[in-house]
Write a protein that binds this ligand. Structure first.
Ligand code: 5AD
Ligand code: SF4
Length: 436
């Protein structure tokens, strides 16, 4: 018997990259690869990359530099760059870093087995096409026997919105949805292998149109799968939040009360310059409707500070919007100029101003996050236990509202949703006691 080849994948960026890494590992599993956590042991190292901000993209090149000694020590080691940097930079990566053997974009990684054969034969392989047929039809079924209780499932990819700051329409391509029947088959396979919670992924997941009733229709069909306890979806665009999806938050008990709904700015002037195609008021009224359907929903958002032209007054409008919404969680970023995007042409804001605004927005967000967590103390919430905690006898999992929760509990409860009374709130997690 030949020794299995070892595959090490390092994943950067969003949850969709986490999902893609799993699918790449499964695709290469058919070529005799098994996963390893030790890069020094690997026969193939893939960096599954993110291009969203400059820093994320630069990390790839520094990581590649660090891999050089490994390649020198093991000439048989093949190194690949996958994901959004691969898509955006293509052959430039091999020019800048000759140790790279293969480059494959997010829409063509189903061709990895053939590319592996090509690099094993001593060549280089590059594929950054957007093929007509969706890659999922070419990938194998999800057959792994044992999985963690919580899984991602990509149902939609790409973006037609063209926000002025964003590379996603260029790296992931046009909006495309997977047919509902295929999603359901994949979900059933995941549940059969131990999954209890599925997070549906898409760059604009609520623009999903692979079901006649859109994402709400898909959620209802998935909810009918016995053994599936929880459904989440991310990331949504405010303009695609339709009435059926809002209503589903009130009527579908398996749909969890947490929604990531980025707005990016609270200033209409900046929203217009960002080409977001909605106003702050539109967003706030939308939040009202969602809260009317599900009053306890936990909201999360993304904010960019220092977009070209952002004044102190514009920035204050973002802070005002954050105060008005009251987020359970939010992410904030300094604007990062991305090559090829419309905003990259505009005069940039001073770095020190951006740093100052980032610190101020993060302070506000952190205080809201702490308050939302503290408000959980004394309440009993459902927790899906996922794995052993750091302390002996402890398990860790996620609440309905996506808080990390630790509690003393028997290992047999991994994979179960248990009622937990929250007893204290730490900086990034809650602690509680299982009620029954
Ligand atoms: N600069 C800074 N942040 C960005 N994001 C997307 N593009 C940029 C950029 N050029 C942020 C947005 C988005 C999140 C995934 O990343 O807030 O919602
Ligand atoms: Fe990064 Fe966006 Fe690509 Fe995800 S889709 S890896 S966030 S650039």
């Amino acid at each position: 018997m030949t020794e299995p080849k070892k595959l090490y994948i390092k994943t950067y960026g969003c949850q969709m990259n986490v999902y893609d890494s799993e699918r790449m590992a499964e695709a290469l599993g058919g070529e005799g690869y098994v996963g390893t956590d030790v890069p020094e042991d690997a026969d193939m190292i893939l960096l599954n990359t993110c291009h969203i901000r400059e820093k994320a993209a630069e990390k790839v090149y520094s990581e590649l530099g660090r891999l050089k000694p490994l390649k020198d020590a093991r000439p048989g080691l093949k190194i690949g760059v996958t994901g959004c940097v691969a898509q955006a930079e293509g052959a430039e990566i091999m020019r800048r870093q000759p140790l790279v053997d293969l480059v494959v974009g997010p829409q063509s990684y189903h061709r990895l087995p053939a590319m592996d054969a090509a690099v094993r034969a001593g060549g280089k392989a590059l594929d950054t096409e957007f093929p007509q047929a969706d890659k999922f039809t070419a990938l194998d079924a999800r057959t792994r026997a044992n999985r963690a209780p919580s899984a991602f499932l990509t149902v939609q990819e790409g973006c037609d919105k063209f926000c002025a700051f964003c590379v996603v329409p260029y790296t992931r391509g046009a909006e495309a949805s997977r047919p509902a029947a295929r999603v359901l088959t994949e979900a059933q396979a995941l549940v059969a292998s131990g999954v209890r919670e599925i997070t549906l992924l898409g760059q604009n997941v609520n623009a999903y149109d692979g079901h006649p009733q859109g994402l709400a229709g898909l959620v209802h069909d998935l909810a009918a799968i016995e053994g599936l306890a929880r459904i989440r979806y991310t990331t949504s665009h405010p303009n695609d939040m339709d009435a059926a999806l809002i209503a589903a938050h009130g009527t579908e008990p398996k749909l969890m009360p947490y929604l990531h709904l980025p707005v990016q700015s609270g200033s209409d002037r900046i929203l217009k310059a960002m080409a977001r195609k909605h106003t702050a008021e539109h967003y706030l009224r939308l939040i009202e409707r969602i809260r009317a359907a599900r009053p306890d929903i936990m909201l999360s958002g993304d904010f960019i500070v220092g977009f070209p032209g952002e004044t102190e007054a514009d920035f204050q409008a973002s802070l005002d919007l954050i105060r008005e919404v009251g987020y359970g969680m939010a992410y904030s970023f300094k604007y990062s100029s991305r090559p090829g995007t419309p905003a990259a042409e505009k005069p940039q804001i001073d770095e020190a101003v951006m740093d100052d605004r980032l610190a101020r927005v993060q302070e506000l967000i952190t205080s809201q996050q702490r308050a939302a967590q503290a408000a959980m103390v004394g309440r009993t919430v459902g927790v899906l236990f996922e794995k052993p905690g750091r302390m002996p006898g402890q398990l860790t999992g996620k609440s309905d509202y996506l808080h990390a929760v630790h509690a003393l509990a028997d290992g047999a409860r991994i994979g179960q949703v248990c009622p937990v009374r929250i007893t204290s709130s730490g900086p990034n997690s809650l602690a509680g006691e299982v009620v029954s």
